[in-house]
Design a binder for this molecule. Sequence first.
Ligand code: SAM
Length: 218
Amino acid sequence: MKISNRLKLIASFVDDDSKVIDVGCDHALLDIFLVLNKKNIKAIASDINPHSLQMARRNIDKYGVAKSIVLSLGDGLEKMPDDIDTIVMSGMGGNTIIDILENSKDMLLSIKTIVVSPHNSLYDVRRYVNKIGYYIDDEEMIYDQGKYYTVIKFQRGQKNYSDEQLFFGPILLMKRNSIFCRYCSELLQKDEILLKTIPQSSSERDRLQKEIEKLRTI
Ligand SMILES: C[S@@+](CC[C@H](N)C(=O)[O-])C[C@H]1O[C@@H](n2cnc3c(N)ncnc32)[C@H](O)[C@@H]1O
């Protein structure tokens, strides 16, 4: 099947033999790809939007994988069964991801892996998921269809991170691949232009200046 490089990257962070809930599955293409390309995957494809689930149903039937994927209509993790060990959330804002986890904090005991690809607020997502008892096992940034995407794999366990590691991503910092470096240099250029337009009195200046200092170290 044909899916985007972004979804393929997310799938590469899901282990064989996982019981996955894909929150905000939309078309369920990720879940179908997982079932077809990984060993022994059981998936709950879940979404808050019934129209998404209709589309997901059509795709699941088209690829003949209905035995391995259960559809679930619901908000966040509210209907997550007990035996799930892996949560995937992609294509949402970072704050939505944090809210979904925060609203179901008590249900995370059985969760060993959380794979996320937020649109934004990566610092906040890394800090929050680390705070609730997960460390960053892997990270990758790709450029797909004109946009940068970061995918982060958290595993249960504790590690402490510096502010800089939470901002850039500890593994991305270590790997420093060409896409990551290009992203940082483009962000630096944008920030420097923006800084010139912000009044001296604005509190946003301080945040931007700190970001620029960090970006200059890359
Ligand atoms: C942009 S789509 C991303 C689809 C897919 N995960 C991907 O990465 O291509 C976001 C999906 O998240 C769903 N969504 C947003 N908030 C949600 C929530 N609180 N619980 C479940 N699904 C949610 C939306 O209905 C939408 O289908």
